[in-house]
Design a protein around this ligand. Structure first.
Ligand code: GLU
Length: 315
């Protein structure tokens, strides 16, 4: 059975960009006769709020999407809310630790930024971690531990490139060491996105990870973690983003992009779904159509391979 998911971070109102990814992930599963899971990624307590999680469910249902398993409907792999799954992440950390794949890191952000000749990290995250704490002696570790709680980093396997074929973006190669050793648990105890997503996708038997293109760079890390934990590697599909007319990724500053603002002013959901489907290459004109009717039109090969520039629809 194919299983897909949508995994929003409830750090603000759901907007056109997230809703489009949700719609495509939902259509991809429904067209394949698979199961669709909704997972709430709320472990970052500084950013996540219950009110945004509730609004996300409301917005998705208003758009006509449904899910077989999720925070509000339960399911065999519950809980579907990350803040209730912390033990699962700790278990995974113990396994990684036992396999010798983790080490404590005492570096501050300033240390990392200042490290000489640091190559670029992945995506927009700044320089790659140079591995400073990987080779500390036990005595040096004990000394540093006296004054600072460490984060935990995953030690990238030496000399192994990651290659995979993305279901939308095509063949990908990330050379060994890409991005450097990454944090799996912060010094304040927060588990990283990379760790939680890998544990959850495996626990929830996800076969198809369809998400925004901004997460393509996270995929090698997730594959490295899957391998280290002995977990199956899912299929990855990264959808190119929607950009505003300034060429930048659609965001709050473009104004009027919250799904709830369309709902509140009485836009029929079919009009918004039609617009989302049109900018995703699924229908020729932005006519009103329900999410369910779109299942028959779904064709992954019609999704544009590059970011699409859009104006916020006046509907
Ligand atoms: N929670 C992530 C986000 O909202 C998505 C994670 C994923 O799909 O892997 O950007």
């Amino acid at each position: 059975m194919r299983r897909g998911r949508f995994a929003p971070t409830p750090s603000g109102k759901m907007h056109l960009g997230n809703a489009r990814t949700a719609l495509i992930a939902w259509l991809h599963m429904r067209a394949a006769g698979g199961e669709f899971v909704l997972r709430m990624e709320d472990i970052d307590t500084e950013r996540a709020r219950a009110k945004w999680a509730e609004l996300a469910l409301l917005d998705l249902r208003w758009l006509g999407l449904d899910w077989d398993e999720g925070p509000d409907v339960g399911g065999p792999y519950a809980p579907y809310t990350q803040s209730e799954r912390l033990e699962r992440y700790e278990d995974a950390l113990h396994k990684l630790e036992a396999a010798g794949a983790l080490y404590p890191c005492y570096c501050s952000r300033a240390d990392i930024l200042g490290a000489a000749s640091a190559p670029h990290g992945l995506g927009s995250e700044g320089p790659a971690y140079a591995g400073t704490c990987r080779h500390l002696s036990p005595a040096e570790r004990a000394d540093k531990a006296r004054s600072k709680d460490p984060s935990l980093r995953f030690a990238l396997p030496e000399g192994r490139d990651v290659t995979f074929v993305d279901g939308i973006a095509g063949p990908q190669v990330f050379p060994a060491g890409s991005g450097g050793d990454f944090v799996v648990r912060r010094a304040d105890g927060l588990h990283s996105y990379q760790l939680s997503v890998v544990v959850d996708d495996a626990d929830m038997r996800i076969t198809d990870v369809l998400r925004g293109y901004d997460l393509l760079d996270s995929t090698p890390r997730q594959i490295w973690l899957d391998e280290a934990l002995g977990l199956p590697v899912p299929e990855f599909l990264h959808v190119p983003l929607l950009n505003g007319s300034d060429g930048k990724r659609l965001a709050k500053r473009h104004g009027g992009i919250a799904i709830s603002s369309f709902r509140e002013r009485g836009t029929p959901p079919e009009r918004l779904v039609g617009w989302l489907a049109h900018v995703s290459g699924l229908i020729d004109r932005p006519e009103a159509i329900s999410a369910a009717e779109l299942i028959g039109h779904f064709d992954l090969s019609r999704i544009p391979r590059e970011a699409v520039v859009v104006d916020v629809p006046d509907i």
